[in-house]
Design a protein around this ligand. Structure first.
Ligand SMILES: [Zn+2]
Length: 262
């Protein structure tokens, strides 16, 4: 198995996983989206809410605000000794007190931990009219994406590495495939078709259909995968994958321990 990182910039990462299988690629994708502990608002205590929105709607909006999650230091409430999920080891308080007029933005949330703050300070929560007040404490906890989408650290997707095969005995360089490709990844040089960037191919097969001499064949390589990680900003994208690997490793270790007991 091999990994080649093609891009790692800000909240995005692209890598190629080769010498692998669809089962492994999908396990990695699922672990990354469902099993990586991530911070999100889980409970809100309202003291005052004069806004046009119900408490529940504001609470839901707060839950969907991505929060920066420190790589270490917090426990899942189910694994914390406190049981209530309100101690400093398993929860963070984000307080807000504001009077209208004006838009309430995520930047006004005062966190009890400077490392657990909204990814963006400019996400609108609710608009307050003149004299309206909002006063609450939101409690953020670690959770897993399989329980609720608010704890999903981002989107992880993959596609089979596309393969374009030309039968040079049949190809006469008519360039019909070049014109048909919606991604414009083909060009003809000296009557020979050249693929500019195979990773951009979305396997639509328009080139196959356009070719009058049936000289081109499109397929996907089931041993090579092009992964794309888009983090919500909660974790760096490479950390999402590393943590997903840890989760898989722990699951297999637990499984082998159970097997040995049989
Ligand atoms: Zn606790």
């Amino acid at each position: 198995m091999q990994i080649e990182v093609r891009k790692l910039e800000g909240d995005e990462m692209e890598f190629v996983l080769s010498d692998s299988s669809p089962a492994f690629a999908n396990s990695l994708r699922r672990a990354a989206m469902r099993d990586v502990p991530t911070m999100a608002v889980d409970e809100v205590e309202f003291k005052l809410n004069d806004s046009a929105m119900y408490d529940e709607i504001i609470a839901h909006r707060l839950a969907m605000v991505p929060l920066r999650t420190p790589s270490k230091g917090y426990a899942l409430p189910s694994e914390c000794g406190c049981r209530e999920g309100r101690c400093s080891k398993c929860s963070v308080e984000l307080a807000l007190k504001q009077e209208g007029p004006g838009m309430v933005l995520t930047g006004s949330l005062k966190s009890s931990d400077p490392e657990v703050v909204p990814v963006s300070n400019s996400i609108p929560i609710v608009k307050l009219e003149s004299g309206q007040q909002l006063d609450f404490v939101a409690i953020a906890r670690l959770g897993l994406g399989k329980e609720h989408a608010k704890w999903q650290p981002g989107i992880v997707s993959y596609k089979y590495m596309p393969m374009l095969e030309f039968d040079w005995k049949l190809c006469d360089g008519c360039s019909e495939c070049v014109k048909a490709c919606p991604k414009e990844i083909l060009k003809v040089v000296e009557k020979k078709v050249i693929v500019k960037d195979i990773t951009l191919c979305n396997m639509c097969k328009a080139c196959m259909e356009a070719c009058p001499s049936k000289a081109v064949k499109v397929s996907g390589d089931p041993t090579k995968f092009l992964f794309k990680v888009e983090s919500s900003g909660a974790h760096p994208p490479d950390q999402i994958i590393l943590k997903a690997m840890e989760v898989l490793q722990n699951k297999f270790e637990e499984f082998s321990k159970l097997l040995k007991k049989l």
